[in-house]
Design a protein around this ligand. Structure first.
Ligand code: GAP
Length: 511
């Protein structure tokens, strides 16, 4: 069922102008995608929701737009040149390459699914009297499964952190993990692969190798004092940025989930040393609230603490979403300590210190980061919103129930027929509403077909102009989710749409 949903999401995204394979006429480019006319609107709206919630709603967070190319030493200092790699393993029969830790995590997921089934069975059996926490703590099957998950976690962590990758290979062998393609257990050793792309930049004294940034965060670190001084920022304060990042993902899979070129929305929050765990907890909670505020089923989200901490972090958690292919990371919240700023101070030879007026001390702040993939968030919304609804009498409709404020178009204006002065009135309405909303104008095909097309791209409101509209200055508005229709005055349209679909209405849930 889930696999089917995922296939539907991919084909719907293509058919309705959301996502196309890159360079498709040349047979595409692996793990690279283009956003179509509706996809780009949805993507812009997700970015706007993130930006406004982080920058506009916080008086101590400001924005930045740093370049993709950076001095190569940045990546030496940040540890990416030496440490930004994934443990990979190849299956000798299928010739497919996998991330060794992901193979093991997928294996653990089977135990989590078993536990969920036990819990759901018990919920049904005990009804209102069911105490989930007690059940989890006492049920022998669940306890056994959790112990297995913990044991595997511990061994994976040991192998990854010590760098003794043969231990990870031993774990794969012992667990009997088979290649999902060939079904064979004929594996190579586990090896590290660096994920950064490099290119050449011409300089007067020859060519030098530079990198395409694998995260946007470093642009924030190297500008933190510029922003702090010119913006007169005081700790704690944040710098937010959205932009492209590039990673040579050898195992690219699952559509826009893991791409070689993708977009991140990151915020670095600079704090007094010693207060970082308080802020880590704050951002962990605040970011989950941002996700749930979109009206997604809360049970589809969970936290997942990192087993292997990145080279810069002292605490890290993922916010995971239950995609059609299982729970996977959408966002990471990392306590990055003062690692990056210390490193930049050392490698650049320039002091990266913040002068604290109150204590008269120069300090290197600690940093808590929130980092979300825009494309993954796009996939969350597409998979959560795409529904096939049974309308009775053998009829169905495909509807994309996107959060109204994020839909590519907030309303569609549809004259019932293409004559008798209806297009003229509809155009007048369009001319007025387009100043506030992204509006779709369409006069071709039957009204039923046009409603279906708007449902499929997620337009929350359709406005139908008919012959009576010429007499009484009223139109019919139809709501995507309930399919309810009602007559309203043309002059009321703007305020009705605002209430239903505005970004302001969405942001209010966060303040
Ligand atoms: N600055 C921290 C950082 O980059 P990360 O966990 O490697 O942390 C952050 O990446 C987010 O970026 C992830 O949670 C994910 O949503 C997104 N992301 C990472 N790699 C990606 C890829 N290859 N394709 C799409 N999104 C990706």
């Amino acid at each position: 069922m889930s696999e089917e949903l995922f296939k539907n999401v991919i084909s719907h995204a293509k058919e309705y102008g959301f996502v196309f394979p890159s360079s498709e006429i040349y047979d595409g480019l692996a793990a690279v995608y283009d956003y179509g006319q509706n996809g780009v609107e949805l993507k812009n709206n997700i970015r706007e929701y993130w930006w406004k919630s982080m920058v506009q709603l916080h008086d101590n967070i400001v924005g930045l737009d740093a370049s993709i190319f950076m001095a190569p030493k940045v990546w030496k200092a940040s540890g990416h040149v030496d440490g930004f790699s994934d443990p990979m393993i190849d299956n000798k029969d299928s010739k497919k390459r996998y991330r060794a830790d992901v193979l093991i995590e997928d294996y653990q997921e089977k135990y989590r699914v078993k536990n969920l089934k036990e819990i759901n069975k018990a919920k049904k059996r005990f009804g209102d009297d069911f105490d989930e926490a007690q059940f989890i703590a006492t049920n022998p099957n669940i306890k056994r499964n959790n112990q297995k998950i913990e044991d595997i976690d511990a061994r994976l962590k040991e192998g990854l952190e010590s760098g003794e990758l043969q231990k990870v290979k031993e774990l794969i062998d012992e667990l009997g993990i088979a290649c999902p393609v060939s079904g064979s257990k004929n594996w190579t050793e586990v090896r590290q692969f660096n994920l950064m792309y490099s290119t050449q930049m011409s300089a007067t004294d020859g060519e030098s190798q530079i990198y395409l940034r694998p995260e946007t965060a470093q642009g924030i670190f190297v500008n933190y004092l510029n922003v702090q001084k010119t913006g007169r920022m005081k700790l704690p304060f944040g710098i937010a940025q959205t932009g492209k990042a590039f990673r040579n993902e050898i195992v690219a899979r699952q559509f826009i989930m893991r791409m070689k070129e993708f977009e991140q929305m990151e915020m670095q929050f600079f704090v007094q040393p010693g207060t970082e765990m308080k802020w880590y907890e704050y951002w962990k909670e605040h970011r989950l609230k941002w996700h749930k505020n979109l009206g997604t089923n809360p049970e589809k989200y969970r936290y997942h603490d990192h087993v292997k901490l990145a080279h810069y972090a002292n605490a890290a958690v993922d916010i995971e979403y239950d995609f059609p292919f299982g729970f996977k990371e959408v966002e990471g919240i990392h306590s990055r300590t003062d690692f990056d700023l210390q490193q930049h101070e050392e490698f650049s030879g320039k002091k990266q210190r913040y002068f604290d007026n109150e204590t008269n001390e120069n300090i290197i702040p600690y940093v808590v980061e929130t980092s979300i993939g825009l494309d993954r968030m796009f996939l969350v919304l597409m998979s959560n919103s795409l529904q096939e609804e049974d309308l009775g009498e053998g009829k169905t409709r495909t509807v994309l129930k996107l959060p109204a404020a994020l839909a590519p178009f907030q309303c569609a204006i549809l004259p019932v027929v293409k004559k008798d002065g209806l297009p003229e009135l509809a155009h007048e309405i369009f001319k007025d509403l387009k100043l506030d909303f992204n509006c779709y104008y369409e006069e071709k095909d039957s009204i039923g077909k046009r409603y279906r097309r708007q449902d499929a791209i997620g337009t929350p409101i359709c406005i139908t102009v008919d012959h009576e509209s010429l007499e009484d200055s009223e139109v019919t508005i139809r709501f995507r989710d309930s399919m309810e229709q009602r007559r309203v005055k043309i002059e009321e349209l703007s305020s009705i749409i605002s209430k239903e679909v505005s970004m302001k209405a969405l942001l209010k849930g966060l303040v």
